[in-house]
Design a protein around this ligand. Structure first.
Ligand SMILES: Cc1cc2nc3c(=O)[nH]c(=O)nc-3n(C[C@H](O)[C@H](O)[C@H](O)COP(=O)(O)OP(=O)(O)OC[C@H]3O[C@@H](n4cnc5c(N)ncnc54)[C@H](O)[C@@H]3O)c2cc1C
Ligand code: SF4
Length: 334
């Protein structure tokens, strides 16, 4: 598989990148580490005329504490996040998610956190070579009128398999998007559109600048299931966050449960999350109940298109949520 022809431009600063995106808009694609973008281009899923590389933008690579927030530059490598004591202490779910992304080569040499949360949705019927896809009618995401994953569906049901997105959503993160002349902040809860073709509420001339995680004093955890422990995407995952205002009361004040790799976007499960409020940190049966509620709710959105049977993946939602809740609760009590 060869890359299609394109013009490569490497702006030397953030403003330069914004100018280029303003001029070229839909004809251009941003390249961070390229581990998602270049693979899609090689498969002929994408043929941008221009590639705008963020390689020289060192100013987008940082992890810092600012008041009660952790701020992460979009071009920060996955390896830097894994190595950060601040992330490990205050945003453990993100640390655990990043540890599982791809393999050491992806984490250390190329993959960035910005590229991770902006990686395109995936589907076993779509993420195939051009030769494979040429043997059948194109599906919605490939410009056609059919969906192989869900019979008679008039829309694309491709799945968000980003580990980082699920963990960051559980942590209540927001992101800063910039285009020439303006800047906006959007919660991850509202950023994922649940449209398999256009999964993000983002314009083609916008750049992701920063990810912001509130430090809320709680504990978080991330669990995932994949066929292999490395070089593989999750087939189901769960990110959870538990908070207590008064640890002596041993009571959960706030909880966030997010399930990933099961639907068109990571799903924040409001019912399962609020069920945990007021429960004790050592109430294992409450965790089991919340995990089962999560499974019931997530099953409504589940799509059979990333491998394994849908029944198995739905059942594993409960297990991933349960494991993540137990881990976050134990750490909270330590
Ligand atoms: C073999 C293999 C295994 C993998 N396993 C996993 C896995 O287990 N879990 C997982 O989550 N991912 C996995 N990935 C996907 C990918 O490697 C990671 O998500 C990685 O973090 C993507 O980062 P990147 O910098 O390489 O993204 P890129 O490929 O550079 O970019 C991804 C997308 O984001 C856009 N983009 C990037 N940065 C910006 C920005 N600042 N502003 C605007 N747009 C931007 C690009 O235009 C592109 O559309 C895997 C990939 C491979 C090839
Ligand atoms: S979910 Fe359907 S439309 Fe979307 S990529 Fe898969 S087969 Fe294509």
């Amino acid at each position: 598989m060869r890359l299609p022809r394109f013009e490569y431009i490497e702006p030397i600063n953030f403003e330069g990148a914004l100018d280029l995106l303003y001029i070229h808009k839909d004809n251009a694609k941003v390249l961070a580490g390229g581990t998602d973008l270049l693979v899609r281009m090689k498969k002929g899923l994408l043929k941008p005329k221009i590639i705008i590389s963020l390689k020289a933008l060192k100013e987008l690579s940082y992890i810092k504490k600012d008041d009660s927030y952790i701020k992460i530059g979009a071009r920060t490598s996955i390896a830097d996040i894994i190595a950060s004591d601040l992330i490990k202490k205050e945003a453990c779910a993100l640390f655990e998610a990043c540890e599982k992304i791809g393999a050491v080569t992806i984490q250390h040499y190329r993959g960035t956190i910005g590229g991770n949360i902006l990686q395109d949705n995936r589907c076993i019927h779509y993420n195939q070579s051009a030769f494979h896809r040429s043997g059948r009618q194109p599906c919605h995401k490939d410009g056609g009128k059919i969906c192989y994953a869900r019979d008679a569906s008039d829309r694309c049901n491709s799945t968000c398999q980003s580990d980082g997105a699920t963990a960051l959503m559980a942590l209540g993160a927001n992101i800063t998007l910039v285009r020439k002349g303006t800047e906006r902040i959007i919660d991850l809860d509202n950023f994922y559109t649940t449209d398999g073709i256009m999964p993000f509420a983002m314009e083609s001339n916008e750049l992701l600048k920063e990810i912001v995680i509130p430090i809320q004093g709680g504990k978080s955890s991330y669990k995932r299931l994949a066929y292999r422990s490395a070089i593989d995407y999750p087939i189901v995952s769960a990110g959870v966050f538990l908070k207590s205002s008064d640890t002596s009361k041993n009571e959960i004040e706030d909880a966030r449960i997010v399930v990933g790799a099961i639907a068109r976007a990571p799903i924040f499960l409001a019912k399962a999350s609020s069920f945990l409020k007021g429960k004790k940190f050592n109430d294992i049966s409450a965790f089991k109940k919340a995990a089962d509620i999560s499974m019931d709710n997530a099953s409504t959105f589940a799509v059979h298109n990333v491998g394994s049977t849908l029944e198995y993946r739905c059942a594993m939602v409960s297990e991933m949520v349960f494991q993540a809740l137990k881990e976050a609760a134990i750490v909270t009590q330590e």
